[in-house]
Design a protein around this ligand. Structure first.
Ligand SMILES: Nc1ncnc2c1ncn2[C@@H]1O[C@H](COP(=O)(O)OP(=O)(O)OP(=O)(O)O)[C@@H](O)[C@H]1O
Ligand SMILES: [Mg+2]
Length: 247
């Protein structure tokens, strides 16, 4: 069977700094896998290696069977099928929400204006911000901006979605709206690789939770196991810090 994502012995160095030290990870179609772990453990780098925002030093990454680490791969074709949502929403400040969701469809997929607009409105509706189509990013709350960013990714009809701490920059009261959109996506069967510290979301939505530390995978299993009954001391210590930040 072809995995949605298959990562084998992935290494990434920045100079002398070995940030990923041999990662093996698979995500199957329709699965939601949450990646947790301390700051600097390599979570963002791992995600960025999947769509080649970073070039791996060694190892292979396959997306739906296509080896993206093959030097001859058509990068644009690979990226077109992968949606990515960042902690910082990265919307174009001088464009409205609607224009933000239309632009890549027109530029990359060569959709006509009318089609791009229909798709954009559908997706803005889906994430619950259709009333804000004509607003500029600065006129939106962080949660609304992040939902526009999700709509923008979805408008490209991705086969899978990468989320890098999509709620970390949000005020606490806005986190729930974004997680609700992600939960709905998961229920619809979207394949998702999600870096998050939202343990409630990971427990309820993830098929698997992966705990990373020091550039390696320490534990990989169902949420009830990795979060509920961690086998490694490092996982226990990390979870304790996240779940009891006051110490
Ligand atoms: N472009 C880069 N150039 C040099 N070093 C980098 C680069 N990107 C990341 N690093 C280093 O790689 C290590 C892992 O960074 P990464 O951002 O992947 O960690 P993370 O687990 O996502 O952390 P956080 O939870 O803080 O987001 C860090 O030591 C970081 O300084
Ligand atoms: Mg990160």
């Amino acid at each position: 069977m072809t995995h949605a994502i298959e990562i084998k012995d992935l290494h990434k160095h920045f100079g002398q700094n070995e940030v990923l030290r041999g990662i093996d990870l698979t995500v199957d179609t329709g699965q939601v896998v949450c990646v947790i772990g301390p700051s600097g453990s390599g979570k963002s780098t791992l995600l960025r290696c999947v769509n080649l925002l970073e070039q791996p030093t060694r190892g292979t990454v396959r997306v739906r069977g296509v080896e993206v680490t093959d030097p001859d791969v058509d990068l644009d074709a690979v990226r077109r099928h992968i949606g990515m949502v960042f902690q910082q929403f990265n919307l174009f400040p001088h464009m409205t929400a609607l224009q933000n969701v239309m632009i890549a469809q027109q530029r990359v997929l060569k959709r006509g204006r009318r089609e791009a607009e229909v798709v954009a409105r559908d997706n803005l509706e889906k994430v619950g911000v259709s009333a804000k189509c004509d607003a500029f990013p600065a006129q939106l709350s962080g949660g609304q901006q992040q939902r526009v960013a999700i709509a923008r990714a979805l408008a490209m009809n991705p086969d899978l979605m990468l989320f890098d701490e999509p709620t970390s920059a949000l005020d606490p009261e806005l986190v729930g709206d974004v997680l609700a959109v992600m939960r709905k996506l998961a229920e619809e069967g979207m394949t998702m690789l999600v870096v998050t510290h939202e343990m409630g979301f990971a427990r309820q939505v993830a098929d698997r939770v992966v705990f990373m530390d020091g550039g390696g995978v320490v534990e990989d299993g169902p949420p009830d196991q990795v979060i509920g009954d961690p086998q490694h001391e490092r996982t226990r210590a990390f979870l304790h810090r996240v779940l009891h930040p006051e110490g």
